[in-house]
Design a binder for this molecule. Structure first.
Ligand code: TXA
Ligand code: MG
Length: 318
C-alpha cells in the first residue's frame, strides 16, 4: 500500500483540474471524464498507486490497465518500438477512442501491464482528461471507473455510486460522448488485430490498414487476459431480442432498442446505433435503481459502432 496516501474516507468532488492533477502526482486516485467512459486514474509508473486502483475497483490482478497520454511522444516513451502501422493509426485517430497495444518500455511496471510484456496506450479526446495528464506531468493508467463487473460509468454520478469513499477525487465533467469503451488493437504482430471493438470501427481502421482483422478467440485469450472476466453485468437479467419479434413482456421488465417493448415499465427508444450505445450503460444503472428484473435489448447489425454495441450486449447477457 502507498503510505503517502492512506485509504480514502471521503471522496472529493471537484471541477478543478489542478486539484485532481496534484492528487495524481502525489500517488492518489482520481476519476475523470473521457470521450468514451469515466476512467479511474493513477500514476502509471508508480506501482503503489496502480495497486490501489485494483483494490478500489476489486479488479482481478491479471487484467492490465490502459495508460493515457496527452501527445504522440507519450506513446513512443512508453513503448520500446512503435510499428509504422501504429503510427498511421495515431495520425488518423488520436486523440480518440482507440487504444494501441505495443511492446512495453522497461519503465512501465508489471503492476500496470498485469505482468505482460506489452502496454496498452491511448490519447483521450477530452479537454479535461488531456489537461489532467499534462498538469499532473505523469502518464495516467486508467481502467473504467466502475466496481469490477459493473457497467462502465458514463456520468460522474455513476462513479460516485460505485466508488465513493474508495478513491480520492472525482473530477466532474459532463456525461461522456460515446458511452462505450475504446477499441483495443494489438500492434505487436505483423498486422493489427482488434482485441476489443469500440468507438473506432473495423471499417475505420481498414481505411488506414487494409489487413486489420478481429482476433480469433484463441489469440484473444493469449493477448488480452482481461477479456475472460465477467463484464458489464447489471443486477438484472439481460435478454437480447430480434427486431422482428413481438414481445410479451413480464411485469418489471425494461426495453431498450429502436422499436417494440411498448408495454415495458421502463423504456428507451434510440434514434440510431450511436444513441443506443450512448445510453446503454446508464439505462442498465437506471433499471437497477428502479428494481427492474429483466431488461430486453434489441440486437443491432454488427457493423461500425454496432459491432461494439453487440459485444457489450452479449457480455451483459451471458
Ligand atoms: O475507453 C476506454 O478504453 C476506457 C477509458 C477510461 O479510457 N478504459 C477502459 O479500461 O475501458 P478497462 O480497464 O475497463 O479496459 C481495458 C481493456 C481490457 O479489456 C484489458 O484487458 C485491455 O484493455 N488491455 C489493457 N492492457 C492490455 C495489454 N497490454 N494487452 C492486451 N489487452 C490489454
Ligand atoms: Mg472496464
Amino acid at each position: 500500500m502507498n503510505d503517502r496516501h492512506p485509504p480514502t474516507k471521503e471522496t472529493l468532488l471537484t471541477t478543478d483540474v489542478s486539484v485532481a492533477a496534484d492528487c495524481i502526482r502525489s500517488g492518489g486516485l482520481v476519476a475523470f471524464p473521457t470521450e468514451t467512459v469515466y476512467g479511474l486514474g493513477a500514476n502509471a509508473l508508480d506501482s503503489d498507486a496502480v495497486a490501489r486502483v485494483f483494490v478500489a475497483k476489486g479488479r482481478p490482478a491479471n487484467n492490465p490497465l490502459i495508460v493515457h497520454v496527452a501527445d504522440f511522444e507519450g506513446v513512443r516513451s512508453l513503448s520500446s518500438s512503435v510499428p509504422e502501422y501504429a503510427e498511421s493509426f495515431m495520425e488518423a485517430f488520436f486523440p480518440g477512442p482507440l487504444t494501441l497495444v505495443l511492446p512495453r518500455d522497461p519503465k512501465v511496471p508489471y503492476g500496470t501491464t498485469a505482468g505482460l510484456e506489452t502496454v496498452a496506450v491511448r490519447m483521450p479526446d477530452h479537454p479535461m482528461a488531456l489537461a489532467l495528464i499534462q498538469q499532473s506531468g505523469v502518464f495516467v493508467a486508467a481502467p473504467s471507473a466502475n466496481r469490477s463487473g459493473r457497467p462502465s460509468p458514463t456520468a460522474w454520478e455513476d462513479v460516485y455510486e460505485d466508488l465513493n469513499g474508495r478513491i480520492d477525487v472525482i473530477l466532474k465533467g459532463k456525461p461522456t460522448k460515446y458511452g462505450l469503451e475504446s477499441t483495443v488493437v494489438d500492434c505487436t504482430g505483423e498486422f493489427p488485430m482488434i482485441l476489443r471493438p469500440g468507438g473506432v470501427s473495423l471499417e475505420d481502421l481498414l481505411l488506414v490498414h487494409s489487413q486489420t482483422a478481429y482476433s480469433t478467440s484463441a489469440a484473444l485469450a493469449a493477448k488480452s487476459p482481461g477479456t475472460a472476466h465477467r463484464h458489464y453485468q447489471p443486477n438484472a437479467q439481460v435478454i437480447l431480442v430480434d427486431h422482428s419479434r413481438s414481445l410479451n413482456l413480464p411485469e418489471d421488465a425494461a426495453f431498450i432498442g429502436f422499436s417494440g417493448g411498448e408495454t415495458a415499465r421502463l423504456r428507451f427508444e434510440a434514434v440510431d446505433v450511436a444513441d443506443y450505445a450512448h445510453h446503454l450503460f446508464s439505462f442498465f444503472r437506471q433499471c437497477e435503481k428502479e428494481g427492474i428484473r429483466t431488461i430486453y435489448c434489441e440486437k443491432v447489425a454488427p457493423f461500425g459502432m454496432g459491432r461494439a454495441l453487440m459485444d457489450r450486449l452479449e457480455r451483459a447477457s451471458s
